[in-house]
Design a protein around this ligand. Structure first.
Ligand code: FAD
Length: 461
């Protein structure tokens, strides 16, 4: 039976090609670099490897199709945001490393846009910036704290304060009283981006084998990816499977698959859009613990995303989990509260997918030359720009080039492992319901969370 990959997200529905899978691997192959996963991480890694050395033999092995994973389903924020907050990065790695990492993320956004342009990839990109709002007094302390932190670190241009009237000029959201504006963020159609990148790396000489699942891998003298259709032997294997890596027994405790969900309105009329006043395609969000992220499509729909869907015991992944009625309905309710004009507007699409989350929220990008093993993973839902950074770093590491990037904190960072089940399930569900309750209580009382509850301490990042 053939899978209709268009149903995995609205974005995949909009790409120009028909998503017919490329042929699978047949028998064994020998290459220089074998990459697991044709998402942004795998593709950016192939891209920069081939920029350094066009003669390199690079094979990418993908269980479904390029862009099947989070890269073809996400919220379209190409943003310098990093999953670990600036204060927490400072605490773990010091001030200089923190500022260097943030600047590298800013560059990763610019670099992604540069390549889209130079390779002729039309991903509907618009660099309008992102707006993080305080919706209500209870969210004000977190926005004000963030603005102060960016200022103190000399990064103030990425957190420009907007008062309520300045915000109204950009977008009209009920109860929004203050915001911070980051001009660097761009809004993209993620499926157009990842599919375009796949075509680009193929043109540069990489082979992409689709519908070929990696079931295990070996490192050491003879690194290889073992697949359902044969082996790919290589000098280096690269693990770029993000949330799905959890399904390999050797990686079952490095990341968990956590579901993020999105719902999408029908196209709004010009009058409805005018009422919202969302003229440029700013990415917008508020400051909830359960995370929200909104964007506007080129055909005037509003995409509303958020976390909060439950973690599944044993890190299970299933297409069925892409739908979670209570979360999708909550996102639709929220959108109507933010924009009352949506009251009678239909939501036409709902989807979701697993992102990869390590125990300490910290992405890791690394290479062990002696074992022929490289990896990049654990973006915790902030991976569109981070995957570009990973690609640049892995290509530098594998090519033996020292650069400013190869000294950044995520390089060869060793994550703390997730607990075995059932402890993992109990802990994650506890923090998830704790976050939901914190948001509910803050909205009800108008007071900000204290930061002292057990859920906040366990989920600090
Ligand atoms: C709903 C949602 C919204 C998001 N919104 C944003 C956002 O707005 N901005 C942002 O920065 N980040 C966002 N993220 C996160 C971001 O999309 C990801 O961090 C990023 O796309 C990860 O890219 P990747 O290539 O590492 O992983 P993926 O895109 O998940 O790709 C991994 C690929 O590997 C393949 N694979 C895995 N295991 C195997 C195997 N064993 N054999 C063969 N192939 C395998 C998968 O099929 C998949 O195609 C969101 C994520 C989700 C799910």
């Amino acid at each position: 039976m053939t899978t209709d990959h268009r149903r995995y997200s609205y974005w995949l529905e909009t790409v120009e090609d028909d998503l017919t899978p490329r042929p699978p691997l047949t028998g064994s192959e020998t290459v220089d670099v074998a990459i697991l996963g044709a998402g942004l991480t795998g593709l950016w890694t192939a891209y920069y490897l081939l920029q350094h050395d066009p003669s390199l033999r690079v094979a990418i092995v993908e269980q479904q199709i390029a862009g099947f994973g989070a890269s073809g389903r996400n919220g379209g924020w190409l943003s310098p945001g990093f999953p670990v907050s600036l204060p927490e990065l400072e605490r773990r790695f010091g001030q200089t490393n923190t500022v260097d990492l943030y600047n590298a993320m800013v560059q990763a956004v610019h670099e992604s846009l540069r390549v889209l342009e130079s390779e002729g990839i039309d991903a509907d990109q618009e660099q309008a910036g992102s707006i993080r709002m305080a919706r209500g007094a209870h969210q004000l302390p977190s926005v004000e704290r963030a603005i102060r932190t960016y200022d103190r670190l000399g990064l103030g241009e990425y957190a420009q304060p907007l008062d309520a009237s300045e915000l109204l000029e950009r977008v009209r959201v009920t109860q929004a009283i203050k915001a911070m504006y980051n001009p660097v963020t761009a809004n993209v159609n993620p499926a157009k981006m990842v599919r375009g990148l796949a075509r680009t790396v193929e043109r540069l000489g990489a082979s992409i084998f689709e519908q070929t699942r990696v079931i295990d891998y070996e490192t050491g003298d003879y690194p290889r990816l073992m697949t359902t259709h044969g082996d790919v032997r290589a000098n280096v294997v690269v693990l770029a499977g993000e949330g799905y890596l959890s399904q390999l027994s050797k990686e079952s405790r490095t990341v968990i698959p956590l579901y993020s969900l999105i719902t999408l309105t029908e196209p709004l009329s010009d009058e409805q859009m005018a009422e919202i006043g969302w003229d440029k395609r700013y990415c917008i969000g508020s400051s909830r613990y359960t995370v929200d992220y909104l964007s506007r499509t080129v055909d005037n729909r509003i995409a509303v995303g958020g976390r909060g869907a439950p973690y599944h015991f044993g890190s299970r992944i299933s297409d069925a989990f892409d739908q979670h009625g209570p979360t999708h309905q909550m996102l639709q309710r929220m959108a109507r509260e933010w924009f009352p004009v949506l009251e009678d507007v239909q939501f036409t699409h709902s989807w979701g997918g697993p992102l990869g989350m390590p125990r300490d929220w910290m992405p890791s990008m690394g290479y062990e030359p002696a074992n022929g093993l490289a990896w990049a993973r654990g973006y915790t839902g902030q991976g569109v720009a981070t995957a570009n950074l990973s690609g640049q770093i892995l290509a530098d590491l594998i090519s033996g080039r020292e650069s400013e990037l190869t000294h950044l904190p995520p390089v060869n960072y060793e994550n703390r492992k997730w607990e075995p089940e059932p402890l993992r399930w109990l802990g994650i569900r506890f923090v998830q319901s704790g976050f939901t309750e914190l948001d509910r209580r803050a909205e009800q009382t108008g007071r900000a969370p204290t930061g002292r509850s057990l859920a906040e301490r366990l989920g600090r990042h």
